[in-house]
Design a protein around this ligand. Structure first.
Ligand SMILES: C[S@@+](CC[C@H](N)C(=O)[O-])C[C@H]1O[C@@H](n2cnc3c(N)ncnc32)[C@H](O)[C@@H]1O
Length: 291
């Protein structure tokens, strides 16, 4: 029997997505954005890309997220892969935030599809989205500007943000960990712990690890290089390892899960936070001011 050398993503999913997405609208978007002007605004030349990020394709896209095509097709495709509905799934994270946070950080914010709802729900809060892909950040800023939301988008590595200690009330991430090796996910949680003030909340919305373990065929089709390792792991255990308390997870429909934890109010003196300071590196921290 002849076998195709094409990845399963190209064989099965791309033909479906090609029927669902509006190619003309995507082309118009590509042409409307002045990429030559926008990309340098969201590129910090000091950011070093980790190997796992550049050495793999994600969802069949070469060069992963460092690619305009990945950025402009991300939203049209993602709307079909978050059952029972993208808005509902993302809102599960936004609604789980307690109190009135003053500073919120969305790590691996991508095109800002959770960052924007965060700002809408907490208009008084300073909201920052951080991502390794300038292309994704250009899209996020474009969406924030169109929605007249004042959000800062910053080029950086979630594992090593360079942001000041104890300077956030909420750190969250959506759909990030299934795309990072588990060791990187754990390092990102350690960094989140450092960034949160005492009592600060961490929230992680991602694929449901139990479901993914039971549906290995899904993992093959989506061409996600780290999703099997993610499925074998346990976000709650990683949160505990990073120092968070009151850790728990809940199912979000059957394909996703939301995990939470809090930074303890008091913790060992040698881990005590220093008072928040201004960000030292102003590079590539670009605010999407309302239009
Ligand atoms: C599947 S997308 C999720 C985007 C967005 N959070 C969402 O919910 O739609 C994963 C994103 O994580 C980013 N990413 C991966 N590793 C990262 C890291 N170490 N630091 C910052 N961003 C990272 C990618 O560039 C990509 O934009």
């Amino acid at each position: 029997m002849a076998t195709s050398s094409k990845p399963l993503f190209d064989q099965f999913l791309m033909p479906i997505f090609e029927r669902l997405i509006d190619r003309e609208a995507i082309l118009r978007l590509r042409q409307r954005i002045d990429w030559d002007t926008e990309l340098p605004r969201f590129t910090n030349p000091q950011v070093a890309y980790p190997d796992y990020y550049t050495a793999h394709n994600f969802h069949g896209v070469k060069n992963g997220y460092l690619n305009i095509d990945a950025a402009i097709t991300y939203d049209p495709i993602t709307q079909y892969v978050l059952p029972p509905g993208e808005t509902w799934v993302r809102e599960s994270l936004v609604k789980a935030i307690q109190g009135q946070p003053r500073r919120i950080l969305d790590l691996g914010c991508g095109t800002g599809s959770t960052t924007l709802p965060l700002k809408r729900r907490f208009p008084q809060a300073e909201v920052i989205g951080l991502d390794l892909s300038p292309q994704m950040l250009v899209m996020a800023a474009d969406k924030a500007k169109a929605a007249q939301l004042d959000i800062t988008f910053r080029h950086g590595n979630a594992a090593e943000t360079g942001l000041p200690e104890a300077s956030f009330d909420v750190v969250c991430m959506t759909l990030l960990f299934h795309e990072t090796p588990p060791d990187v996910a754990k390092t990102i949680l350690k960094e989140s712990f450092r960034l949160l003030g005492p009592g600060g909340q961490v929230l992680i919305l991602d694929g449901n690890q139990r479901t993914l373990r039971a549906t290995d065929w899904l993992n093959q089709i989506f061409e996600e290089p780290f999703i099997r390792d993610y499925a074998q792991g346990n976000v709650e255990a990683w949160l505990g390892w990073a120092g968070f308390e009151t850790v728990r997870s809940e199912d979000v429909f059957w394909l996703n899960q939301l995990s939470y934890g809090r930074k303890p109010i008091s913790y060992p003196a040698n881990a005590a936070p220093s008072p928040p300071t201004q960000t030292e590196n102003p590079y590539a921290e670009t605010s999407a001011q309302p239009a």
